[in-house]
Write a protein that binds this ligand. Structure first.
Ligand code: UDP
Length: 283
């Protein structure tokens, strides 16, 4: 009998985001939960990927491009199309398309949770150090993702999250219902799925929180201990973020990208605040 932990990896790559898949897969095969039985569920409209036969490692599922922001907002609905299969896994984990696993991520890094923990979330790498009223929670009282000021403790990223499969699927059901309820009143939460995720996390005590520097952005080279990196979607090598999302057909060029980077300062203050918070964050 195979007693390895079974992990379903959820991955959405519609429209231009399919360019990230091969890179993600090779880094995950090398470094991610190598002691587990992993299976990738890839939701895509890329004909080249869809023409590959699914195998014991990967299932490609046709998912049409819904347009921005629905490509990410509707993720809970998209995941639930595979609920019957996902139930059979011990854990489910979602990764944003532009994820790269930099070094070995073990079961104890990512999955080991105590009996009171069901979900695994990561702090938003650019804003975990902020004061709670500066978190970009959704402040719209008409939204299901509404969080009033002076509430909450952490700001979680939507870029990766997971959990025990039962708890993760329960979360998908609730958040899918919340997204749909909002759509009925033409409401879209500020940061889409991420706002809903943060609302779900509010006042819960069953979340394993990954360390502050566990993930980093591509340009945050000083976070040496990070095991997971998100490629810079604004980079001209991808044509820029709006081009990737299909919001424009106009790619940005190197000059434009460099000008936007020049506007960012050296960020010493930001780095110091993050370092300080990372040392004292109470999880
Ligand atoms: N996504 C996609 N196609 C799109 C836009 C988004 O597949 O055209 C998926 C993809 O998995 C991406 C995720 O939605 O990683 C979140 O989108 P994005 O990275 O643009 O949002 P951000 O994380 O910057 O808010």
């Amino acid at each position: 009998m195979n007693s390895k932990i079974k992990v379903a990896i959820l991955y959405i790559a519609t429209g231009r985001y399919s360019i990230f898949w091969k890179h993600f897969l090779s880094s995950a095969e090398k470094n991610l939960l190598i002691e587990c039985n992993k299976h990738y569920f890839v939701f895509t409209d890329d004909n080249e990927l869809l023409s590959q036969d699914s195998c014991d490692k990967v299932t490609f599922i046709h998912q049409k491009k819904l347009g921005w922001p629905y490509d990410t907002l509707m993720r809970f609905d998209i995941f639930l199309t595979q609920k019957a299969k996902l139930k059979n896994y011990d854990f489910i984990f979602y990764f944003n398309a532009n994820t790269e696993i930099l070094s070995e991520v073990t079961v104890s890094d990512l999955l080991t949770i105590n009996n009171h923990q069901d979900l695994i979330f990561a702090l938003q790498p650019h804003s975990f150090h902020k004061k709670i009223n500066k978190f970009t929670y959704d402040r719209n009282p008409n939204s299901s993702a509404y969080i009033p000021y002076n509430s909450g403790k952490f700001y979680f990223t939507g870029a990766l999250n997971g959990g025990k499969s039962k708890a993760y699927l329960e979360m998908c059901e609730t958040l899918n219902a919340n997204v749909r309820k909002d759509l009925n009143t033409e409401t879209i939460a500020l940061w889409h799925d991420e706002s809903h995720l943060n609302k779900y996390a509010l006042n819960r005590s069953d979340i394993k929180i990954l360390p502050p520097y566990f993930t980093r952005g591509e340009s945050e080279y000083w976070k040496k201990s990070s095991k997971i990196m998100f490629s810079d979607k604004t980079h001209f090598r991808f044509g820029g973020h709006a081009y990737l999302r299909g919001e424009t057909d106009q790619k940005i060029d190197q000059n434009e990208w460099e000008r936007s980077r020049d506007r960012q300062k050296k960020r010493h203050g930001f780095r110091l605040k993050q370092l300080f918070k990372s040392l004292f964050i109470i999880r």
